[in-house]
Design a protein around this ligand. Sequence first.
Ligand code: NAD
Length: 476
Amino acid sequence: MSDYPTLHLLIDGEKLSVEGRNTEEVINPATGETLASLPHASSADLDRALDAAKRGFREWRTTPADKRAAVLTKAAGLIKERAGEIAQALTREQGKPVGEAKGETIYAAMLLEFYAGECKRLYGRTLVRPEGSRVEIQYHPVGPVAGFAPWNFPTLNVMRKIGGALAAGCSVIVKPSEETPASGIAIVQAMLDAGVPAGAAQCVFGVPSEVSEHLLASPIIRKLTFTGSTAVGKHLAKLAADDLKITTMELGGHGPVLIFSDADVDKALDTMAANKFRNGGQVCVSPTRFLIEDDLFERFRDGFVERAEKIKVGNGLEDGVQMGPMANARGVDGIQNKIADAVEHGGKLLSGGERIGNQGYFHQPTVLSEVPTEAEIMNEEPFGPVAIINPMSGEDAMLEEANRLPYGLAAYAWTQDPARRRRLAAEVEAGMLAINGGSVSAVDAPFGGVKWSGYGSEDGREGVMACMVPKTIHEG
Ligand code: NAD
């Protein structure tokens, strides 16, 4: 239990504990042990949060932009100061190596710093009109926001739900994942400690479908922002549509990686193998389908297997560990089923493929090759430490395969040819494309997908504007 905090709701600035509430246990995925009990918000708690969000919105939207910027900058500073402590809890509840947990938390603070700066740049514009008349376009915060964040990046995802909303002047009720609650509570607490009004940043937990139905049924909530699976995203978008709430949906992906014969192969291998197994592959922008031009196939495949086999798997609190356990038992079951299905369809299991030990949710880094498109894993996001390495013949076939699925979040390509890079930028159906690199995220760049990977952006200027609506003033 050490280094893991007591859990509570944060409603109207008050910490509401487990007493008198339904609870669930939070599990350490490295050991299977119970870390703490998490209180669920009752229906009355949620109504109280809605009421506070309405008041909090009035107060926060009329707070001058430079004051909002100062408060959010202060919150970012607090998160940085507390990052070591937050990371200890994050690793205990989610599993990733503690260094990565700290890096994620500092990145969340950097995103908030960027958003704080944007508070001062929420400009409108004035249109050209004859003297005596005037048309002005103003941007206003949309209203109270409901944000539902998943467990794979427990601090960053919560920041993505609340940072842009607060910068825009909205109030926000966030429901972090019940599997990783301490990280989310810490982020919201830093906002309150820095001076965000009690009703403007609140944190609730419960049965996810019950919380979302309750909050989305309320006319007080004007925007929904969700990160998670496409299936749940479609369901929540329908609920939001009943009240025409605006929505941001950051959903699943199935990242294609196009490796052309003119690629810097060693750099591509070093970058993409590390990227694949980061956070046990439980990353929406994880590279998954490696499409390798024929003449490079064997070299890339063997180099990838060599790197996968060197990855040190273990408890994320231990030194030198590069990959922790999967975050939950259903994740392990899911990839075990997908690996078995891939092999049944004729795919080759080159490395890994098994659970590790019988304590916690550890799984080997796994490499499959020559997996036919009929296999489930070629169509559904594995969300685990599995790479699929397939040979391909030529750019047209690689592009066709890259765009085959209904998903379009992140894509990766490695080539030295500038003309080809331009063609890929035009043709790859994805919200983000990394060329000769592994990163698709930066605090000042929009992050989001197309097709079934969702719509709307987080991060960058777009992340704030997604929480604002235009109002046009016509003066005669
Ligand atoms: P899931 O879709 O059931 O849950 C994802 C998150 O959504 C969880 O935090 C959960 O608490 C929340 N959620 C679920 N139902 C909800 C509802 N009705 N209302 C509000 N919130 C709800 O999936 P999972 O089993 O946790 O993860 C499996 C799949 O989800 C993965 O394979 C992946 O495709 C997707 N996923 C994507 C991301 C991402 O970053 N885009 C993150 C986590 C999970």
